[in-house]
Design a protein around this ligand. Structure first.
Ligand SMILES: [Zn+2]
Length: 135
């Protein structure tokens, strides 16, 4: 497995995931938050920004359940899109705790962020992804 291709803007975010920390980019010009990482602020045009810890709280905005036909014993996978409490126009995808068929999910359901380490590379890098926890 290859390490995700992180660029200069997104590398701190991937590094934070490895440490079990959720960061979000904050424009130092207008304080607007943004994700995914990018060099320029869409609101004020500033190239100045910093990473800040996100609250790790949000609500379910949508989800999808993926069913695979092979292998025969494959379980469905639920992927959610979470609207962050930090700013309501920021959505982050991830897995979610709970039944594999997505039952019990609803729009607006509150969640907290969690992390899953899904791979460890031969050179020691670790890949973590978001796993949202239902409240
Ligand atoms: Zn800005």
């Amino acid at each position: 497995m290859n390490h995700p291709l992180a660029d200069a803007d997104s590398a701190p975010w991937w590094d934070a995931l490895e440490r079990g920390q959720l960061l979000i980019q904050c424009c130092t010009g207008c304080q607007r938050l943004r994700w995914p990482a990018r060099a320029i602020c869409n609101d004020c045009g500033s190239f100045e920004w910093r990473w800040i810890p996100a609250t790790g709280r949000g609500t379910i905005a949508s989800w999808t359940v993926t069913h695979r036909s092979a292998p025969a014993d494959a379980t469905p996978t639920v992927v959610v899109m979470v609207r962050l409490d930090d700013q309501d126009d920021i959505f982050m995808p991830g897995f979610v705790d709970g039944p594999d068929d997505g039952s019990g999910l609803s729009i607006g359901l509150p969640v907290n962020v969690g992390f899953d380490e899904v791979a460890v590379g031969s050179d020691g890098w670790r890949l973590s992804v978001l796993r949202w926890r239902r409240l």
